[in-house]
Write a protein that binds this ligand. Structure first.
Ligand code: AHG
Ligand code: MN
Ligand code: MN
Length: 335
């Protein structure tokens, strides 16, 4: 029988390695947390597979804090994550795109050590047309009370993340995550209902052949972004590019991680600060990109260094291979 490694086994192996290399007793808390996330994503995946039958398509008839029409699946995914994670006593707070304020549990700081930030359902506009959607999560450690409040713990810079990951619900359902020791991918095996290790220590190619941006906004971008796309089109990097834009960040990111190239959501006239959210879209994907040898900026500076001011703060988001991101820095970063 072929040996399989599930995500739970992998986390425990990682913790053994941490113990060996740092002597730091990595408690089982983290794997218990992750099992809460994977359980919730399996619930979402099951709902998506039968979406047309279970009346989970379409709008929920309410707006979320972003003023966006909530889809039924947004609400379902949010409830699944809040339910599966709220029961874990190591959780101090849950921050969701779909909730205006963090959900906090007044647990003793010694017990409630982690904060989980998530976009429960990314790519909502694609749900009803059967196109890939995703779930994105980021895990922060609560600061010791003498170093900061729970609120300050939530607003830590992205380089303080202890883990980040996403699940992309597509032809297959793939979980990709990092705890700072490389990027690993697990494919959900429907026959056994477990995420099984499928890629280890993933590396983003040095250069790709796709650029990914919503060109409908081009007139509203800062001029340097139009110049950048023209440079790619005109072969400045010595190769032809093709355009791919799915409209689900997780799917556009996953392709960029595997094939290289660049994804951009620049500032636009409508969204001068960018559309994507720092805490639960840009930060987790930036952590994964860097762990795979990629680069993630807001066009000018490193995403993971941005100091968050609010939990729903937006940022321009540019992520991709070193070659394309070098050209972006030279063109947009004003170097
Ligand atoms: P969400 O469904 O969580 O609100 O995220 C949607 C985001 C992201 O998934 C995608 O990259 C972007 O919206 C697409 O925006 P445009 O339709 O403006 O291109
Ligand atoms: Mn999203
Ligand atoms: Mn969402």
């Amino acid at each position: 029988m072929a040996m399989i490694t599930t995500v739970q086994q992998h986390i425990l192996q990682q913790q053994q390695e941490t113990l060996k290399s740092t002597g730091r007793e990595a408690t089982g808390t983290f794997s218990w947390l992750l099992s809460g996330i994977t359980l919730a994503t399996k619930m979402v995946e099951a709902k998506i597979r039968s979406a047309g039958l279970d009346d989970v398509l379409g709008a929920a008839g309410a707006e979320n804090v972003q003023g966006e029409q909530q889809q039924k699946l947004d609400v379902y995914a949010n409830q699944a994550l809040l339910h599966c994670l709220g029961l874990r006593d190591s959780v101090a707070a849950l921050v969701s795109e779909e909730d205006e304020k963090p959900v906090t549990f007044n647990r003793d700081p010694e017990a409630g050590k982690y904060i989980i930030v998530f976009d429960p359902l990314d790519g909502s506009s694609n749900i009803d047309v059967n196109v890939n959607v995703g779930t994105i999560f980021s895990i922060l450690r609560r600061l010791p009370p003498e170093h900061g409040t729970l609120e300050e713990s939530i607003l830590q810079q992205g380089f303080r993340q202890v883990a980040a990951g996403y699940v992309v619900y597509g032809p297959s359902t793939v979980l990709v995550y990092t705890t700072g020791n490389g990027v690993f991918a697990f494919t959900l095996d429907p026959k056994i209902g477990a995420f099984v290790l499928s890629s280890e220590r993933m590396r983003m190619p040095e250069q790709g052949s796709y650029y990914s941006v919503n060109e409908a906004n081009a007139a509203g971008w800062p001029e340097e972004f139009r110049t950048y796309i023209t440079k790619l089109r005109e072969g400045e990097l010595g190769k032809e590019y093709s355009s791919r834009y799915i409209g689900s960040l997780v799917a556009d990111f996953h392709r960029t991680l595997l094939k290289g190239g660049v994804f951009l959501y620049p500032p636009t006239t409508k969204q001068p600060k960018g559309k994507l959210r720092l805490l639960y879209e840009a930060n987790p994907l930036a952590f994964i990109a860097e762990q795979a040898g990629g680069v993630a900026t807001n066009g000018v500076s490193r995403v993971l260094d941005i100091k968050p001011e609010g939990i729903h703060q937006r940022t321009p988001f540019c992520v991709g291979s070193p070659r394309e991101m070098e050209l972006l820095a030279a063109t947009v970063g004003g170097r």
